[in-house]
Write a protein that binds this ligand. Sequence first.
Ligand code: ASP
Length: 319
Amino acid sequence: MKSIRGLSAVWPAVAPVLAVHGGAGHIVAGQLHATRVAAANHGLHQSLLAGMAVLRDGGSAVDAVVAAVVVLEDDEQFNAGKGAVLTVDGGVEHDAAVADGATRRAGAVACVSGIRNPVRAARVVMDRTPHVLLSGAAVVELARSEGLALAPGRWFVTPRRQEQLARLQRGCRAESEMTGGTVGAVALDVEGHLAAATSTGGSAGQFAGRIGDAPLIGAGTWADDRSCAVSATGDGEAFILSAFAHEVDALVRIAALDLGTACHQALRVVGARTGTGGCIAVGPDGTVTMPFTSAGMFRGWIDAAGDPRVGMFAEDLCQ
Ligand code: ASP
């Protein structure tokens, strides 16, 4: 666990902090091409800079997590937006969510195709509708009416994901392959508000119509100023059945555990359902924690004073 304290006095209220992830997965050290690792780390770096630019300007945690996730959705390295994994029939279906710790509201979209940045559509659901979770084709019409960028379904499909699906269907996995690649962000802003966002194409080769944990508030995404903001990644079904993100919240808010211990304990609940993965979480005091039980998790964090710190394996970043 990384605790962040004693930041500069430039911000009279709260020193902002941001963490992002680029997915937990079955990554084996030495078997993922160095160029892929460097490209993913570059994407995380850009995402952290985009989100922190918002926070440094006094922007809200919600604006920051959306800005950070948009960068990762636009980066084909990750399993979100363009370059997301394919369903069993070769399509792309996106899930995304955003949660606002100040209002304890949230918005999410599930099983959508054709919206360039699904996290922006989740924001529209939160800000512009009385609902929390919308799915399917009607979301594209809502996005269009709100002026969001659209793209035809084939625009999201990349050769790399087509090869991945073909390999999966042949029952083999390439040495350089990293499963996962879901993206997320959590932030604390200068007003002391928390937010979280998560975006994914789900799991490679999934049934068409399958919805994972990312857009389910309390499973893959959560924010409450009283406790924490959480974005999860990993075996979605186990995270759903564990009510993972809400479990973290409850362990902090009700059981009074510190955030790092709460995340570890909630990951143990996921593990009891044979699920692996990880999360990023931030507390109202600026504590950031990024634990995982998978082989690796692309992740990084930045505070108001510092440079982005990014890495994939446990030894890459001080936990
Ligand atoms: N949790 C995501 C899902 O189940 C996948 C991932 O994080 O890799 O949709």
